[in-house]
Write a protein that binds this ligand. Structure first.
Ligand SMILES: [Fe+2]
Length: 600
């Protein structure tokens, strides 16, 4: 019975009236989502599966819901109940619709490798923070914020298509020769389908994703390390025999597994592939549509002409607003006019970055604000690689860029300043009433921190980073990151100036962090208060399969309405996180760091 459901259900886009539930099934079927305790009795929403490369998927749109309600649901495949799983140890899955008021609670993170949850892999990859959170909630916990999140934001590297696990390599070896390109990296849609199954079929995580709405955006490893870092990088990829197949499979599977569920019902209705699916379903009612060729053609077009499709999207968050930016596929890579967002995407961002919300939250997989020393270094490297010091140094610059992953917003410095100018206008109330804060949420960099832009009026501008969920930075690199977070600023600035790179539009400083453990961030925004906690998993008493939730950092920041005074943010380590002398010492360090940054 249970095999009918290969993957899912995943609860995806949810607003005050509707919810999208995504599944993969083992055959062509009709999938039903049944809300068990709907006020009008059991009520069913149905959708036939569609096929891509022999796999079967359905996204069931549930509508006509009431704001702020919670309802349990079942999933039926051809009228057979397949979810909840029989004898499931987890509580029933629910759909909770958004309510217009009250605090907003988000969980976010990035960079999650999918390897077993045993002692050996805890040594090599650390404990999975997202799975640990799922286990904690299943056991009745609600994390340090005392309330469950309304939304999970997965900000990139949800799957690793380049650096594969032993299970993935076994799958590859069973179907082709891994000695031939692309070796143990992914080659096609079939392999992506298996990669997603490895990532999302772990029982606790599967249960979490069945009731916690999730939104996602890709980063490089969903496709390949350093995806679109430079024009040279693209030339190198396009010269291989396997890149075209890879990018078509990556973007096609991303649309199916990740992107489709990001969209609101209205945005989905406008999506060209979804329209094609709906059109063909109407021609052949009750039959499964094979969308393979359409998905492949769409993915090839989206790669060849990024302006043909937009992966970015927006999402309402009560009185606040979320803008999720694609900072990978829509890059302009031409040397001399590099931009993190091409002109089409930049124009769209320009329209979306507006005031009139309590908080404006901008999700970008790569952090908008790196430590300033690193930002300067990347801007210097961009100038070097673009030939500021001649062709020979240009090659050195490209080598450094690819070798050291110098590919964040600082490495696309013109577009950094353009977006910063837009955000300044939001924060100064020149794009509608200024929000209390503009908050960037990001991942990618395998360490976590908070920074704040230095301004004396208008909205606070903050950067919160949570990375990795499960893929810790090697210890040797942690020292380098710590150094670059605190001490590399003068060096980076001197280098940037030596290449006549102008200073970035903003100055910013660290508020808290860096933390290097595997983490999931939990954020609560309630009027003028922002509380943010980073939680991790800890194995106690040898119970590797059942790690316990541990709080790495728990901070409060004041984000009062604009005009209510504007002091630099002070991060208060929340009492009770770490007890005893160590806790007192940590709180003292945070206070001293905050005071030092305040006076800087
Ligand atoms: Fe990444």
């Amino acid at each position: 019975m249970t095999e009918s459901l290969v993957l899912g259900p995943l609860l995806r886009h949810v607003d005050d009236r509707s919810a999208a539930i995504w599944v993969e099934t083992d055959r062509a079927a009709v999938v039903t989502v049944r809300l068990a305790d709907h006020p009008q009795g059991h009520r069913d929403w149905r959708r036939s599966t569609f096929a891509v490369h022999g796999h079967h998927y359905a996204l069931v749109e549930v509508g006509d819901l009431s704001p702020g309600t919670r309802t349990t649901y079942q999933v039926l495949v051809d009228d057979e109940v397949c979810w909840p799983l029989p004898d499931s140890p987890f509580p029933p899955s629910t759909v909770t619709t958004a309510s217009p008021d009250g605090p907003v609670r988000l969980a976010f993170g990035s960079c999650r490798t999918s390897v077993p949850h045993d002692a050996l892999h805890h040594l090599s990859h650390g404990v999975d923070a997202l799975r640990t959170f799922a286990l904690d909630v299943a056991g009745g916990g609600s994390g340090p914020l005392g309330g469950l999140p309304d939304l999970l934001l997965l900000l990139g590297d949800q799957v690793y298509a380049d650096s594969t696990s032993a299970a993935m390599r076994d799958f590859i070896a069973a179907r082709r020769d891994p000695e031939e390109e692309p070796g143990t990296e992914l080659a096609d849609f079939e392999e992506y389908a298996h990669l997603y199954a490895l990532a999302w079929d772990e029982p606790a995580l599967r249960w979490l994703l069945s009731w916690l709405p999730s939104l996602m955006i890709f980063d490089d490893h969903d496709v390949r390390d350093d995806w679109n870092t430079s024009a040279r990088w693209r030339e190198q990829m396009e010269a291989t025999t396997w890149w075209h197949g890879r990018i078509v499979a990556a973007l096609g599977s991303y649309w199916v597994y990740q992107h489709l569920g990001n969209l609101s019902p209205g945005a989905r209705a406008d999506d060209p592939l979804w329209q094609e699916l709906t059109r063909r379903e109407e021609l052949h009612p009750g039959q499964e549509v094979d969308l393979t060729e359409a998905v492949d053609a769409f993915a090839a077009d989206a790669d060849a002409d990024p302006s043909s499709y937009r992966w970015s999207y927006t999402h309402p968050l009560g009185r606040s607003h979320l803008v999720v930016l694609d900072t990978r596929a829509a890059r302009e890579l031409t040397p001399g006019s590099r931009s993190m967002l091409d002109e089409t995407e930049m124009a769209w961002a320009d329209e979306q970055l507006r005031g009139g919300h309590e908080h404006l939250i901008v999700a970008t997989s790569v952090p908008f604000l790196l430590p300033r020393g690193l930002h300067h270094l990347e801007s210097w490297n961009e100038a070097l690689a673009d030939g500021r010091w001649g062709r020979r140094f240009g090659r050195v610059g490209e080598h450094l860029r690819q070798g050291l992953d110098l590919e964040h917003w600082g490495a696309f410095s013109g577009s950094f300043d353009r977006v910063a100018r837009m955000v300044d206008e939001v924060a100064d109330g020149r794009r509608g009433p200024a929000p209390s804060s503009v908050m960037f949420l990001s991942g990618d960099v395998h360490h976590s921190y908070i920074t704040e832009v230095e301004r004396t009026s208008g909205s606070r501008i903050l950067q919160l980073v949570c990375s990795p969920i499960r893929n810790p930075l090697p210890r040797a690199l942690r020292a380098f990151v710590s150094w670059s977070s605190h001490a590399a600023r003068p060096l980076g600035r001197v280098l940037a100036r030596s290449a006549t790179v102008p200073d970035p539009r903003w100055r910013w400083h660290g508020v808290a962090g860096p933390w290097f453990t595997n983490n999931l961030a939990l954020v609560e925004i309630d009027d003028g208060h922002l509380r943010a906690a980073w939680v991790s998993g800890k194995v106690l008493g040898g119970e590797d399969d059942h790690p316990r939730l541990a709080t790495v950092a728990d901070l409060e920041l004041a984000v009062p309405p604009v005009g209510a005074g504007h002091e630099p943010a002070l991060a208060h380590v929340h009492p009770g996180v770490v007890g005893g002398a160590r806790g007192r010492m940590l709180r003292l360090i945070e206070r001293r760091r905050a005071r030092r940054d305040h006076t800087r």
